[in-house]
Design a protein around this ligand. Structure first.
Ligand code: ATP
Ligand code: LTN
Length: 332
């Protein structure tokens, strides 16, 4: 590993097509980090099976997502971009960390509570221990910074607690990670229910904009976006209205500040604004969609890139796992 450079780690689950929320909250920042830091990224496919998947779709989503990340600008020659289930150290450290994570801590995780409600017929143990696997992902690379959306902050904090606990029992072993949460785009909300976050597994097709959506569908979704009965394009700090979400999206996509956006649309009404947001998103996504098609037509290239990254990830993480095992007292 490059000594001296801070380590960035992040992952996304291949649980469906990426949304604009995933892009603005996570992926966009990954790209910006690549030149300055040692970047390690993963497709968190072991996390994905905490919710029941259709095998063919899950398989297809994983390959497509790998291609989509490259299309978004993840450079496999600059960053290590691997598939979590290909690197056995993750499951192994996750088990060990389970034994240093308290039942009470996991019970307090809001994602667990939300998902238990959403998938009430399948509240499996994996869903419960999801954060210890995520902690393993992070700690295996001694990552310093974790770029994620707001919803993952709690999991990164728990990772710090677990690392600290382990270090205090066995001596300095793990680096304590910090989350990196972008200002604009940290929490992109559903276009239909602006009080919940935009999510790739939302059943309402109009609620989420997907990176591979056709321009006409993107326009339709923004035109139908739920807003309040006012008409002034102003950020309302007291209420989490749909208009706040649209302003946020426009600001993140165009790199303009909220003030600049308000000025640009002064006296122009919600209708015009919705069309402009759609247009800005369409233009942002066009080159990504073109690149995606190119990568998908060369599966051999994709395979070559993830296999190389899997190998690098294994080499780095095995060292950390062995140190942990030694400290705990395993015969190795
Ligand atoms: P699922 O619907 O399967 O739970 P998801 O859309 O919530 O998926 P994840 O795979 O859990 O997406 O998250 C991938 C990354 O995208 C994480 O860093 C997460 O914080 C970020 N993210 C997810 N949804 C949003 C959102 N609406 N706004 C900003 N960032 C988001
Ligand atoms: N739980 C994350 C995905 C994820 C992750 C990680 C993110 C799995 N392991 C490690 C950052 C670091 C999510 O996207 N919901």
């Amino acid at each position: 590993m490059d000594k001296g450079k801070k380590v960035i780690f992040s992952a996304v689950q291949p649980s469906g097509a990426l949304t604009l929320g995933n892009y603005l909250g996570a992926v966009k920042n990954w790209i910006d980090f690549q030149d300055k830091y040692k970047c390690i990224f993963a497709l968190a496919d072991l996390h994905t099976i905490t919710v029941r998947q259709n095998p063919e779709e899950f398989h297809k989503n994983t390959i497509e997502l790998y291609a989509l990340f490259l299309a978004c600008g993840v450079d496999p020659d600059k960053s290590t971009f691997f598939i979590q289930s290909h690197v056995h150290t993750h499951s192994e450290l996750a088990w060990i960390l389970n034994c240093y994570t308290q039942f009470g801590e996991l019970s307090r995780m809001t994602q667990f509570k939300d998902k238990s409600r959403k998938y009430s017929g399948n509240i499996n143990v994996g869903l419960f221990t999801y954060p210890s696997l995520m902690a393993a992902d992070i700690l295996l690379y001694n990552a310093d910074l974790i770029p994620v959306g707001e919803d993952q902050r709690q999991h990164v904090e728990l990772t710090r607690d677990i690392a600290q606990r382990f270090n205090s029992i066995y001596g300095q072993t793990f680096t304590l990670p910090e989350s990196f949460i972008p200002k604009a785009g940290a929490r992109v909300m559903s276009l239909q229910k602006p009080d919940s976050k935009m999510s790739k597994s939302d059943e309402n097709a109009n609620a989420s904009v997907f990176l591979l959506d056709r321009p006409e569908d993107i326009l339709k979704k923004f035109k139908r976006a739920v807003t309040d009965s006012n008409s002034e394009v102003r950020f309302n700090h007291e209420q989490k209205t749909g208009i706040n979400n649209l302003i946020n999206i426009y600001s993140a996509v165009t790199d303009k500040t909220i003030d600049e956006v308000e000025k640009e649309f002064e006296g122009r009404g919600y209708g015009t604004f919705k069309t402009s947001v759609a247009q800005a998103v369409i233009e942002k996504l066009r080159p990504i969609q073109d690149e995606f098609k190119k990568y998908m037509s060369d599966i051999v290239y994709l395979e070559e890139k993830y296999k190389k990254a899997d190998k690098t990830a294994l080499e780095i993480s095995e060292e950390v796992l062995n140190e942990v095992k030694k400290k705990v007292g395993f015969v190795i």
